[in-house]
Design a protein around this ligand. Structure first.
Ligand code: T5A
Length: 208
């Protein structure tokens, strides 16, 4: 049996994370490797309630620090109640967004202090880091157009942000990848889906 792996999917809105997450799960099933697809913020019943709080566009403003604390509150629940138990059972965990999203969105996007983010990451994760992070990279104009063409309802708090905000988030992600080249795999997500999946498959074969 292959060793449990913790794989995270990152990128801006509409990059194709959910699509690639399902592809990874199908690929693992074909190899008879137990896998679990989950997402952040969310993944457990309580963490999904936190997700609603941070995504809804309510009348009361949510400060960047409050947003950061809520992301880590949800992450702590998710780690304790889903991610760590699944890894301990020997399952692969594929997580649609994790702490790099906080670094990119709250850190680079909103300007939250990187020291605060790393302190919270240390308290919540301890030594646990993803084994591999697939960064689906594409211009925000392309990603937002994809996300908006698919959605029926109103934009959530993040989708309503400016293009400049998503440019900062994208640059933040690329900087994280430059600083941790062994963990990150940067994938050109503006390519056709078949090309993206072929690249993901090659990475998975390498990981197994
Ligand atoms: N957030 C989250 C933070 O600010 N901090 C944090 O710490 C965390 C964890 C979560 C929001 O929370 C923020 C970031 C987010 O704004 P979400 O719903 O989980 O929101 O994330 P979104 O990025 O909004 O999810 P999306 O569903 O919009 O994007 P995906 O999953 O990247 O894209 P996907 O797979 O749904 O694809 C979008 C469309 O494009 C098509 C798909 O078929 C679909 O229609 N598509 C392609 N089309 C052409 N070519 C390709 N290669 C394609 N790949 C997909």
């Amino acid at each position: 049996m292959s060793m449990a792996r913790f794989l995270t999917l990152e990128g801006i809105e509409g990059a194709g994370k959910s699509t690639v997450g399902k592809f990874v799960l199908g690929w693992l099933a074909r190899q008879r490797i137990p896998g679990r697809l989950t997402r952040e913020p969310g993944g457990t019943p309580l963490a999904e309630r936190v997700r609603q709080l941070v995504l809804e566009r309510g009348s009361e403003p949510l400060s960047p620090v409050a947003e950061t604390l809520l992301m880590f509150a949800a992450r702590d629940l998710h780690l304790k109640n889903l991610i760590r138990p699944a890894l301990e059972r020997g399952e692969w965990v594929i997580c649609d967004r994790f702490t790099d999203a906080t670094r990119a969105y709250q850190g680079s996007g909103r300007g939250v202090d990187a020291g605060l983010i790393e302190t919270l990451a240390g308290a919540v994760q301890g030594k646990l880091e993803p084994d591999c992070t697939l960064l689906l990279d594409l211009p925000p104009s392309v990603g937002l157009a994809r996300a908006r063409s698919r959605e029926a309802g109103p934009a959530d708090r993040f989708e309503a942000e400016t293009l400049a905000f998503f440019e900062r988030v994208r640059s933040g992600y690329l900087e994280l990848a430059r600083r941790a080249p062994r963990r990150f795999r940067v994938i050109d997500a503006s390519a056709a889906l078949a090309a993206v999946e072929a690249r993901v498959e090659a990475i998975l074969e390498d990981l197994v």
